[in-house]
Design a protein around this ligand. Sequence first.
Ligand SMILES: *Cc1c(COP(=O)(O)O)cnc(C)c1O
Length: 224
Amino acid sequence: MTTPYQHNLDEVIEKIEFARLQVNAHHIVKIVAVSKYSTAEEIQSLLEVGQRAFGENKVQDLITKSQELEDLPIEWHFIGNLQKNKINNLIDANPMLMQSLDSLELALAMNSKLKAKDQTMDMLVQVNSANEASKSGLSVDETLDTYAQISEQCPNINLKGLMSIGAHSDDKKLIKQSFEQTRALFDKLPNNQDLICSMGMSSDYELAILCGSNMVRIGSKLFK
Ligand SMILES: *Cc1c(COP(=O)(O)O)cnc(C)c1O
């Protein structure tokens, strides 16, 4: 019997396949299922049909859901805006990847708390390539310098690439431009063949892949 989750995941995988093969046969794209509006039970249903990576945007939700599902082989990602007073909680939750590092100041604060706990964490730097006031992230102009500064000054942070949210628009050209901006920055990162370019959500993941994304964060299309 095909569950709705199986159907949703199959549909997304099929579209990802079609897009990634237009980039090239070796362009692998990873799916992070964004579970911020979903219950632990719904996450478990999607896990049962093969989805392993899940993303939350609130530290408290990450903690609650990862505790509820702690016996299951889930890989957690943090994708939200992190307030300074939640840094220790996030470190204790120990996600596989923190995707939303959006300032040098936050990086320094996280680094010192990581150091105190003798831990490291993999992170992506968030870029506000659509240049929208409502979005977190570094501006395009400051991203490469700040990325280099974090690499130098924060030994307990392992930088793994960039994350960006596409332009909030109905105009495909604008969305495409924002993805291309992010990808152009990504192409300038040192040793980027092993790095992550996380862009694309339910409404625009195929376009993001065509622009070079190798990680998509999909919520509503998987949990509908
Ligand atoms: C909510 C969210 C997503 C997923 O959004 P959908 O449109 O439901 O796919 C992806 N990335 C971030 C940072 C989010 O907050």
